[in-house]
Design a protein around this ligand. Structure first.
Ligand SMILES: [Fe+2]
Ligand SMILES: [Fe+2]
Length: 461
């Protein structure tokens, strides 16, 4: 585990505020409304007050609840392929389906498998899912849980947080995944998170009484019955349930962080979080498995070639790592479509920069990067998106991101075109200079790639 810094100062953001704001990206990947993880955090922390947990466990639980879906993007493409349907919609539906009973499963499958396909194609896909469903479900959950736990450790979270994420989908009766753990063999923090997330989903959909009834019904099957009792004991805590309904769940969740365990998001922690969330973004599609990291390497190379300062380069790297975080809100049906996108799909795809801006603008310590990261598809001729601003309003950072993004995307395999050679990719970027891409940034890219003897002007004094 990486050492995290105790929080003393108001200048450096609290780690919990940064993580809570980034959890919005996980919510949209799961097809949940923004604030789901933050509300789950409040509910789980409130349940934990009825139990005996050590301060260390409480701290690990707080972060485990916020980051429970860290691995959610890693199975999105496979979910989409298996069910031939929108992964975000499927995942949202799964959260309210009673998956443990046969009829619940059949109902879920009949409603959600290949909904756009014709009758025979649907039946074929249903048979395929029915034949492979159990094995596939285990693999999908395993992928998600292992990946989430690994990223949690990578960003410096406590081991107990990673363990909670790994066992999030285990059920009290042993019917969950990936290990089929039962009863008290399931780590306590995972049992709390599993219950809290379901309560939030039903609370928002049907209200508190319904959410508590679902918890009661599923006690001893999905949930630890003692935790359900602890949850029911909060029924008359009206102040608490009012807080859960607050329009700003980030601010409300802040009050539930164990006060003796406050941590700071110093510069190193922000770097680690940017790398960790870039892995969440890149895991969303098999076609972009190294895209964010690749764009970051190119952007750093270009900025270094141009002589920018270490502070400029550090910020630019974070922006590059997170420039496509908004893609977590786009279905893999669109991201991985093998053919040309329809106009409506193009419009949806283009909303990813809007999501990037919205997510990053809420994150303390990273909010300054929101606009410049979101501008990576802007063009010098003003025909870019999502704002379509003219050249004079496109920052140096965004111009660097634009060329790095275009070159990295062209260098990688894509489902809708033939593979390109490095020379082909550079030629296409070159053909876009002056209209989309800043020629000076392209020169710096060529220089960084060792393809030109261009002498950079030293920008930093
Ligand atoms: Fe993008
Ligand atoms: Fe990109």
């Amino acid at each position: 585990m990486i050492d995290l810094v105790p929080h003393h100062t108001s200048v450096v953001p609290r780690l919990s505020d940064v993580v809570a704001a980034l959890s919005y990206a996980l919510d949209i990947t799961e097809g949940q409304p923004e604030g789901h993880a933050a509300r789950t955090c409040m509910i789980g922390m409130r349940i934990s007050r009825e139990l005996y947990l050590t301060p260390k466990q409480r701290n690990a639980l707080f972060y485990g609840l916020l980051l429970k879906d860290l691995g959610c993007s890693s199975n999105a493409a496979k979910v989409c392929y298996l069910f031939a349907a929108d992964d975000r919609h499927l995942k949202a539906e799964l959260k309210t389906a009673q998956w443990t009973g046969l009829w619940g499963r059949l109902g879920y499958l009949a409603k959600n498998v290949a909904p756009q396909a014709g009758l025979f194609a649907r039946l074929g896909r249903l048979c395929h899912v029915a034949r492979n469903g159990e094995k596939a479900a285990k693999e999908l959950v395993e992928l998600r849980c292992d990946r989430g736990a690994a990223i949690a450790l990578m960003i410096g979270m406590p081991t107990d947080t990673a363990t909670a994420i790994r066992s999030l989908d285990e059920h009290w009766n042993g019917g969950g995944h990936p290990q089929g753990l039962a009863g008290e063999n399931i780590p306590i923090l995972a049992r709390i998170a599993c219950l809290a997330q379901t309560v939030d989903v039903f609370l928002r959909r049907d209200g508190l009484a319904s959410a508590l009834a679902v918890a009661q019904r599923r006690a001893k099957t999905s949930f630890d019955p003692d935790l359900v009792k602890a949850l029911l004991a909060t029924r008359n805590d009206h102040d608490f349930w009012r807080l859960v309904h607050e329009p700003d769940p980030l601010a409300a969740a802040r009050a539930f962080e164990p006060p003796d365990q406050l941590l700071s998001a110093d510069e190193d922690a922000l770097d680690r979080l940017a790398v960790g969330f870039s892995k969440v973004v890149d895991a969303k599609s098999p076609w972009t498995f190294r895209h964010s990291e690749g764009v970051a390497d190119l952007a750093v190379g270009i900025a270094t070639t141009m002589g920018h300062s270490p502070d400029f380069i550090r910020s630019l790297r974070r922006a590059a790592l997170l420039h496509d975080i908004g893609k977590l809100g786009i279905s893999n049906l669109i991201l991985d479509k093998p053919g040309k996108l329809a106009p409506a799909e193009v419009a949806t795809m283009r909303t990813h920069t809007l999501h990037t801006r919205q997510i990053l603008s809420r994150v303390p310590g990273l909010s300054d990067l929101a606009d410049l990261a979101a501008a990576h598809h802007e063009r010098l001729d003003g025909k870019g998106y999502d704002r379509g601003v003219p050249a004079e309003r496109i920052s140096t950072e965004s111009r660097i991101l634009a060329v790095a993004d275009m070159y990295e995307a062209l260098s990688a395999k894509r489902p809708y075109r033939r593979d390109l050679t490095e020379a082909d990719a550079r030629e296409i970027v070159r053909s876009n200079t002056g209209t989309a891409i800043d020629p000076a940034m392209f020169e710096a890219l060529e220089c960084f790639l060792g393809k030109s003897d261009w002498q950079p002007c030293k920008l930093a004094a």
